[in-house]
Design a protein. Structure first.
Length: 278
């Protein structure tokens, strides 16, 4: 892989990880257009750019991340000052930060099951079948359109059952072309969750699964994978994904609040048709 190819693919990963247009689908399209094999006998490049986007999430949402960790080990406030829908989940009482972490853990269960039991099957879907990418992009467009026009009028905070359903949508979004951010955010909107909190939750809930997958695949960097990529390609790809990810993360949070997802639905529909035709 040449340095300029790493730059392009890093930018594609960073932008599309947060924008609801499918990073996995666009990486496959990018490989086909550039005619490069980013796998290189392993998953080195994918691990690097995905970890880069995790770092961009932490940087952009640093205030939220520190808020969670500062309150994680505090005692819950008195039950008389809370309501059941606020801080009580399944009969357990939490403070706000602990409740948030618990919801993230609930959302991770489906993707964890998929990663443990169906990883090989999922990996087989990433072998360059643009028909799968195109169909999934069209489904992403349909889901974004529905969330734009059919969301409940009275939004509420994310509840335990909402976190589980959003987690199921994240597990489904392992399909190439089905946007993870678009699927989880659209699902939350259709469930009636508040826009101002949904994008942040969607981005934070993906950090543990990405880091977990990176650790599982890290052996490929040292066994057969790393030598197929130059140091310059790895560094440039990482920095491109990180910087573009910071931009896209901030932009997506603002766009969700302003209800502008329909434009991405149009884009996904166009690219999906082109992928099928191509």
């Amino acid at each position: 892989m040449e340095w300029f190819e790493a730059l392009i693919l890093g930018l594609v990963q960073g932008l599309t990880e947060y924008l609801p247009v499918s990073s996995s689908g666009h990486l496959l399209l990018g490989k086909e257009i550039l005619g490069v094999n980013v796998d290189g006998g392993g998953t080195t490049f994918e691990v690097l750019v995905h970890v880069a986007t995790v770092f961009s999430t932490i940087v952009v949402l640093w205030k939220e991340v520190t808020w969670i960790f500062k309150g994680l080990f505090k005692k819950p406030i008195k039950a008389s000052l809370t309501t059941e829908t606020d801080n009580n989940l399944f009969g357990w009482h939490f403070n706000m930060e602990q409740r948030y972490v618990f919801l993230i853990i609930l959302s991770m269960i489906p993707i964890g099951i998929v990663g443990v039991f169906f990883k090989d099957y999922v990996d087989a879907l990433f072998e360059g079948d643009l028909m799968v990418v195109g169909v999934c992009l069209l489904f992403t467009a349909l889901l974004l359109t529905f969330s734009q026009y059919f969301s409940p009028k009275k939004p509420h905070d994310i509840k335990a059952k909402d976190a589980i359903v959003i987690g199921l949508s994240q597990a489904l979004a392992v399909l190439p072309g089905l946007s993870r951010s678009g699927t989880t955010i659209a699902t939350g909107l259709l469930l009636g969750n508040r826009r101002e909190h949904l994008a942040q939750f969607s981005f934070l809930m993906v950090i543990p699964p990405i880091l977990g997958e990176a650790l599982l695949d890290a052996k490929d960097i040292f066994v057969g994978g790393a030598e197929t990529l130059s140091v310059s390609a790895m560094v440039i790809g990482f920095l491109a994904a990180f910087l573009s990810g910071c931009f896209a993360c901030k932009a997506m949070i603002a766009l969700v609040k302003r209800c502008k997802l329909v434009y991405f639905a149009i884009y996904c529909a166009i690219i999906g048709v082109l992928a099928i035709v191509f």
